[in-house]
Ligand binder design. Structure first.
Ligand code: MYA
Ligand code: FAD
Length: 659
């Protein structure tokens, strides 16, 4: 008798859920942060999923033009719903997240508004923010140029003050000074915060922010002296192509003096440059804000990929049939577990470190308001380092999840190719990951150099104060080994740099080692924050135990992957390394029966997941089969081009064979 495999697979997920040893509803709260957070996210996700305008299953088949128009339509519809339903800021931001299509609104809310809030005076905020809040203007963040992105101080656009007219003249003096990349600039934005070199009284005062109108509010045409457009198609189908990343050139465009963002410094009516008493690094404040939100996004992207891969691995069976019985679920293979469960643990790890980073950011912001700048460096190091480590790990993990899903993972309908293509630029935007890690390394070297002067490091660097102990001891396999590894790698770098003829040269020569030292420091932070989380009171049957397991998986997997560092620095013995690996295998066995429930706890709708492989009901095969027929190629049985290219070829072959 023929077995209905599809029906059997559906039952399979139900059986997996029944086998879980913890309360999934309570885990949803631990993941989201509170009951309220679960409820509001759930409501917004369902609102989006049930609205046909937000459909996205056909996205990879749309042309660039149609995709962009679809993005405009979704953004307008989302705004309409936000207004109609009088959604709160929290609800509106979740609704945009679940719409899940990159577009100009991300930069408008994510960078344009924060830049004005952070760098504008109160008066400027009063003027510009209400316009932005009501979408009477659309803004973007125009910093990067064709010739310079990482090196912000190297930007070439000029803003020259003209005291005769009380205006700044914004100009792009070279091709390489063309603004290049800003999201939302290409087609949608009416305004931009433009970063340019401020020149007054013949002197160049470096990079400052200016609000510049780009397009007419009447008919959207570019204003005189402004040339702008989209920079072209990007990696992958669908994906980030919904975003109009743009190019922009200025030909002596005049703006009123009061459109310079003047919280950090001012230019007077006479053209005098006046520096406020706030650190000039606050110019980079918007980037710090976005970097911390990118860390929170890393756990979202990673958990989506892992959710797809875990559910599908429970459905998919290969080999191992005994006497005609069922084959083995691929999730039962030890290799599948050793590739997948560390990624599941990383999703939870990034979620909790993201929450902590959000707390740190809020704390720094409150301190800045009372002119306490003591934690600015800590905020920079943590946002830059965590952004780099979590985005690189997530991009690699999404690709690993694709492979974990075998051939079907390569289909667009699996959701994984598009997720990867959308996600991977996170390793580059908002600071190239290598450039950001070198920033962390600089701060580490500064901290090491201050150790001898007796200055006690604080915050996430506090462990370095235990230098005497950590440099000498053998460590047990716990946080101390991570501390010893990070400190010893940093100290080794500092010693090697110290031997160079000058510091800069030494830093340059040792930069590959410095990167690794920075990664070690950041991984220590992630492990520490996960441990702190599981030490909290976490309600719900079995929830704390599951998180403890995942925390151990994350720590031991990181240790296993970087065992070379731990051994080379003498932070662990080879025997301890081997024991850690043994332990890891045992932990995977404990994760196995809970794996499906652990991804259910992310509480994603099928709409948000966007994957036939990751469907909640596990009905994968009928969905894959159905999905294939929707491809435009299947609209006709005989393909277009048959009469032009296939038939003549086949006829010719026929004639040849008759000869
Ligand atoms: C809900 C929201 C959603 C949002 C999502 C939006 C969608 C996302 C879509 C994608 C959107 C993508 C959008 C985009 O992509 S927007 C464009 C993003 N661009 C970048 O990220 C550029 C990266 N480059 C830089 O940040 C600077 O050029 C760096 C830092 C590399 C050098 O810098 P600089 O040339 O100045 O030299 P310096 O290294 O000597 O540093 C000098 C001093 O400053 C300190 N320092 C440096 N930086 C910071 C800082 N940030 N806070 C506090 N302090 C800082 C530093 O420690 C040092 O201190 P000290 O040693 O003197 O004490
Ligand atoms: C999808 C996307 C969206 C974007 N959105 C915006 C936006 O809205 N607004 C905006 O202003 N910008 C935006 N950007 C630009 C983005 O911020 C820059 O691309 C990013 O900061 C990297 O800079 P770069 O392109 O100059 O890279 P480069 O610095 O040219 O990097 C090239 C290589 O050089 C290496 N490198 C550079 N400097 C060093 C160094 N000091 N030491 C060692 N190695 C180094 C890098 O690691 C990298 O491997 C966006 C970019 C992308 C891809």
């Amino acid at each position: 008798m023929a077995v209905d495999h599809a029906a059997a697979e559906v039952d399979h997920l139900a059986a997996e859920r029944a086998a879980a040893r913890f309360d999934v509803e309570a885990m949803k709260i631990a993941w989201a942060g509170s009951r309220h957070a679960v409820d509001v996210a759930d409501r917004m996700a369902r609102l989006v999923a049930s609205d046909p305008v937000f459909r996205k299953d056909n996205r990879t088949m749309l042309s660039r033009k149609d995709l962009f128009k679809d993005t405009l339509r979704k953004a307008a519809h989302a705004w309409k719903r936000i207004v109609e339903l009088r959604l709160t800021e929290e609800e509106a931001s979740l609704l945009r997240q679940y719409v899940d299509q990159p577009g100009y609104v991300d930069l408008h809310w994510g960078m344009f508004v924060p830049a004005i809030k952070g760098q504008g005076t109160e008066e400027q905020q009063k003027k510009w923010l209400p316009l932005a809040y009501k979408f009477q203007i659309i803004g973007c963040y125009a910093q990067t140029e064709l010739g310079h992105g990482s090196n912000v101080q190297g930007l070439e656009t000029t803003a020259t003050f003209d005291p005769m007219t009380d205006e700044f003249v914004i100009h792009s003096p070279t091709l390489t000074s063309s603004k290049w990349w800003p999201g939302g600039l290409g087609k949608a934005s009416t305004h931009a915060v433009v970063y340019a070199r401020l020149i007054t009284e013949g002197k160049d005062y470096g990079i400052h922010g200016f609000i510049v109108q780009l397009r007419s509010l009447e008919d959207h045409s570019p204003l005189p002296g402004v040339t702008l457009g989209d920079i072209g198609g990007k990696f992958g189908s669908g994906a980030y192509n919904s975003m109009d990343n743009g190019v922009l050139r200025f030909d002596h465009v005049r703006i009123p003096r009061d459109q310079m963002l003047m919280r950090l410094s001012q230019v007077t009516r006479e053209g005098k440059y006046v520096q406020s008493d706030v650190p000039k690094q606050l110019l980079y404040g918007t980037m710090v804000y976005v970097r911390q939100s990118i860390v929170a996004d890393a756990s979202k992207a990673l958990s989506r990929a892992v959710c797809i891969a875990v559910r599908y691995s429970a459905i998919r069976k290969q080999f191992g049939s005994q006497d005609g019985g069922p084959e083995t679920q691929v999730l039962n293979y030890r290799t599948q577990q050793s590739r997948l469960f560390p990624l599941l643990a990383s999703a939870y790890a990034f979620r909790f470190v993201g929450d902590w980073l959000n707390w740190l950011y809020t704390d720094v912001t409150q301190k800045l308001e009372v002119k306490d700048y003591s934690t600015l460096q800590e905020a920079h190091a943590c946002t830059a380092g965590l952004k780099a480590v979590t985005t690189s790990a997530t991009a690699d993990a999404i690709e690993e999840c694709r492979k974990l899903c075998g051939g079907h993972g390569y289909l667009n309908s699996s959701g994984l190719p598009e997720l990867f293509a959308v996600y991977v630029p996170a390793c580059t935007y908002e600071g190239d990951n290598v450039v950001l890690l070198l920033q962390v390394a600089r701060i580490l070297m500064k901290t090491v150099s201050q150790l001898t002067s007796g200055k006690q490091p604080v915050g996430t660097m506090a462990y370095m104060g235990k230098v005497q102990h950590l440099m000498q001891s053998k460590c047990a396999v716990k946080t101390e080994a991570f501390e010893a590894r990070a400190l010893r790698m940093a100290v080794n770098c500092a010693q090697n740099i110290g031997q160079a003829s000058n510091q800069e040269e030494g830093f340059y020569e040792r930069s590959p080692d410095l990167l690794e030292a920075a990664v070690a420091h950041i991984q220590l932070i992630i492990v520490t924050k996960f441990i702190e989380k599981v030490h909290q009171d976490i309600p719900g049957h079995g929830v704390k135990e599951q998180l403890q397991n995942l925390c151990n998986v994350y720590a031991l997997y990181t240790l296993h992957k970087h065992l070379g560092d731990f051994l080379a620095t003498g932070s662990l013995t080879p025997k301890q390394g081997a024991l850690a690996n043994e332990q890891l295998g045992k932990l995977y066995a404990q994760v196995r029966p809970n794996a499906v429930a652990l991804v259910d706890a992310f509480n994603y709708t099928d709409h948000y997941l966007g994957s036939v492989l990751g469907r909640y009901d596990g009905n994968v095969y009928p969905a894959l089969y159905e999905e294939a027929w929707k491809d435009p190629l299947n609209e006709t049985v005989v393909p277009e081009g048959y009469h032009e290219y296939l038939r003549p070829l086949l006829k010719q072959q026929l004639k040849l064979s008759r000869l």
